[in-house]
Design a protein around this ligand. Structure first.
Ligand code: PHE
Length: 448
């Protein structure tokens, strides 16, 4: 019987770190981070981002790990176990809803990256005229059928891994895919930084120009730190719940935060030196990956090879994130309704894919249908990434800092009673993180 079965756990420390890093490292790092860095002036923005990771990202990640590990339950029931009869568990429900919404559109974008990988291998991507890339991209995302087929393919891969469970699915595949991702990325970085004219791009990433920063840059950096570290929706609570009591949580949170940031920076070094070397626009926005980069690869010797590994690595990054997103509702459904893993994974995977199809169609034939002035895809992204995630992070910080006793929180995190790191961590959770999160939140909903 399901209920009497022992709860699945990560088999090794490195397996857990790679799975959590795999969750964090995704489209956020390779697609979004470079383009927002490009739009916000480069290195000065990176410095602000690093501060956001340290002051808000790391403290909240440690909080999620400890909530999950202490309760040994899914995102909702963890709060119910640690604070019985109190309303904190709403945070978990928000997370389950956010996971649902995020995976719907994430699967669509991941589908685009599979399409690009395929077009790169087959040679069609690099054989077109560079001026056609913007139209090519728009044509892809607005066609009725093609993006959906690739989205389904991506979702089937995600479902297949999650069906395997924590140790034999998530952990096993993270251990294979994450090193592969790093190797592929390093190959592209090595190529990019050794191009003639690469130095302008390197300078763009390393020489701070603070005049390029605006008030919005701070908000963008903080909002992105959240999304990139997979925080605010219980992913790290869920992964933390598969950990044994032995694990050193602060160290794990440091490792995952550093890995995530390092990969984002490497993605910057893969992209900008090449973009500058070929005289392209650094501030190309969301189209940087899909419209600017193909034109860069086109001019590169062995372009087909580099384009293929680059887009393949984006698919891999997206896949290890998608499994962590699907695991949030799967863990909840198996625990709450006592469903088998197979039933929960198939059911949720299929429903999320169906919602994602609507999102995909909203960039094409169903574009006329808007909610609050946004097409369905953009509205899903907005509500989940800009409302549910920050609110989730806000309540998680408050829960550990104010809802738990100091001694209990220290013990659960593994800090000695007098640890000064521990004290600083609680201080950031009590004041700095919630205040900064609320500012970002009010800004996203247009109040400030
Ligand atoms: N962190 C992932 C990325 O950068 C996205 C993600 C968000 C994953 C929230 C899980 C939870 O792409």
């Amino acid at each position: 019987m399901e209920e009497t079965k022992k709860r699945d756990q990560f088999g090794s420390r490195i397996g857990f770190i790679l799975a959590a890093a795999g969750s964090a490292i995704g489209l956020g790092n390779i697609w979004k981070f470079p383009y927002i860095t490009g739009e916000n002036g480069g290195s000065a923005f990176i410095i602000v981002y690093l501060i956001a990771i340290a002051l808000v990202g790391f403290p909240v990640m440690l909080s999620e790990f400890l909530i999950g590990r202490k309760a040994q339950k899914d995102a909702v029931n963890s709060f119910k176990t640690l604070a019985p009869g109190k309303p904190w568990y709403f945070t978990g429900y928000m997370g389950v809803v956010a996971a649902f919404m995020i995976l719907s559109f994430y699967g669509v974008v991941a589908g685009w990256t599979i399409t690009y990988t395929w077009e790169a291998v087959s040679g069609s991507l690099l054989s077109m005229d560079a001026s056609q890339y913007p139209d090519h991209f728009v044509e892809l995302i607005s066609s009725p059928l093609k993006p959906i087929l690739y989205q389904i393919l991506f979702m089937v891969l995600t479902i297949a891994i999650v069906l395997g469970g924590v140790k034999k699915g998530i952990e096993k595949w993270s251990k294979i895919l994450m090193p592969l991702l790093l190797v592929l990325l390093l190959i592209v970085v090595a190529r990019s930084v050794t191009l003639e004219g690469a130095s302008a791009g390197i300078e763009f990433l390393l020489k701070p120009d603070f005049s390029a920063l605006t008030a919005t840059s701070f908000l963008v950096a903080l909002g992105h730190a959240f999304f990139s570290l997979s925080l605010g929706m219980g992913t790290m609570i869920t992964y933390g719940s598969y950990l044994s009591k032995k694990e050193n949580l602060p160290m794990a949170a440091v490792n995952v935060s550093i890995a995530d940031t390092a990969i984002a920076l490497l993605a910057g070094f893969a992209i900008f030196p090449a973009v500058f070397a070929f005289g392209m626009e650094a501030g190309g926005g969301p189209g940087l990956l899909f419209m600017t980069l193909p034109a860069v690869f086109q001019q590169l010797p062995l372009g087909t090879f580099f384009a293929t590994i680059f887009f393949a690595l984006v698919v891999i990054a997206a896949l290890t994130s998608a499994i962590s997103i699907l695991e949030v509702p799967v863990a909840f459904f198996t625990e709450k309704f006592k469903w088998s893993r197979a039933k929960a994974t198939w059911f949720l995977g299929i429903v999320i894919t169906l919602v994602g199809m609507v999102a995909s169609l909203s960039y094409g034939p169903w574009g006329g249908f808007t909610i609050g002035g946004k097409v369905f895809f953009d509205q899903l992204d907005f509500v989940a990434s800009y409302i549910l995630l920050p609110l989730g992070g806000f309540f998680i910080a408050l829960f550990v800092a104010w809802g738990m006793k100091r001694k209990e929180a220290f013990e659960a995190a593994g800090y000695e009673e007098k640890s000064s790191f521990g004290s600083f961590w609680i201080f950031t959770l009590k004041f700095i993180a919630p205040i900064l999160i609320i500012i970002v939140f009010l800004n996203s909903i247009g109040i400030i």
